[in-house]
Design a protein around this ligand. Structure first.
Ligand code: ADP
Ligand code: MG
Length: 257
């Protein structure tokens, strides 16, 4: 089905790994300003689809359009520069870096050092100003996610849930329009999960769009306006959560594994 105001449009996306077709002609759209859930049994191709969207993989066929711009095959930093960002796992090899230092690195990681420099400044004065802006915005984000008290803590000392919040905060630093979250609630305790979801809704109110892969059906059914179901590399069904829940083909796909 076609949506009123799609911010993201996938058309016939195919991704093969040797003899395996991980994504097999996936087509769907994400409505601007929505929280859209991408679900499906294990091996359905959800993560590979995410990786095609964010430029980690280049699709073998098909097209991906974000906010009217064809981003098919673009490198991750270019996709991020268009305003489409995914959460990144905090690098385990840098556990001695503090939470704030991790934040300060985020734009360089997301946009790439050279692109970051190209939007950034030549003059020394401007470098200092930009660092200051980044520091302020980092604090704002840490406050928003209520982890500002951990700013000087080494990232390696955070709990799994706190790490998720930091990853979320980092993703927001480049001020994207749309966020992709791959299993954001994995390993997060129920009270933190509730908080994370509140943040998602608050950010939706501010105009952000979300696409999230999530195993927890309650999360999907209670928080996503629109649900896309993948099975064996393509879209099996899509629609409102309530329709999806009672869709015979969907139930069968899950039961059949
Ligand atoms: P999901 O996230 O829905 O569980 P994936 O996208 O991870 O599914 O995987 C879809 C299929 O593609 C699986 O059969 C998986 O084994 C295969 N696959 C994923 N990534 C690779 C890869 N890098 N090389 C080979 N096969 C892969
Ligand atoms: Mg996956």
């Amino acid at each position: 089905r076609r949506l009123d105001d799609p911010i993201l449009e996938l058309e016939g996306v195919v991704k093969r790994f040797g003899g395996i077709t991980a994504v097999d002609g996936a087509s769907f759209q994400v409505e601007r300003g929505s929280i859209t859930g991408l679900i499906g049994p294990n091996g359905a191709g959800k993560s590979t689809t995410f990786n095609c969207i964010t430029g980690v993989h280049t699709p073998d066929e098909g097209s991906i359009v974000f906010d009217g711009t064809d981003i098919t095959g673009n490198a991750p930093h270019r996709v991020a520069n268009e305003g489409l960002v995914r959460t990144f796992q905090i690098a385990r090899e840098l556990p001695e870096m503090t939470v704030l230092e991790n934040m300060m690195l985020a734009p360089k990681d997301q946009l790439g050092e050279s692109l970051w420099r190209s939007v950034a400044p030549v003059s020394r004065q401007r470098v200092v100003e930009q660092e200051e802006e980044l520091r302020e915005r980092s604090w704002e984000m840490l406050e928003f996610f209520e982890i500002d008290h951990l700013a000087e803590e080494e990232a390696g000392n955070l709990s799994g849930g706190q790490r998720k919040l930091l990853e979320f905060a980092r993703a927001l630093l480049t001020d994207p329009e749309m966020l992709l979250l791959d299993e954001p609630m994995a390993g997060v305790n129920p009270s933190l999960e509730k908080k994370l979801l509140e943040h998602v809704h608050e950010l939706q109110d501010q105009g952000y769009t979300f696409l999230l892969v999530e195993h927890d059906m309650d999360v999907i059914m209670n928080h996503c306006e629109h649900v896309v179901v993948m099975h064996q590399g393509s879209v099996l069904a899509e629609g409102e959560a309530a329709e999806i829940k009672s869709n015979e083909q969907v139930i069968e796909a899950y039961l059949g594994g």
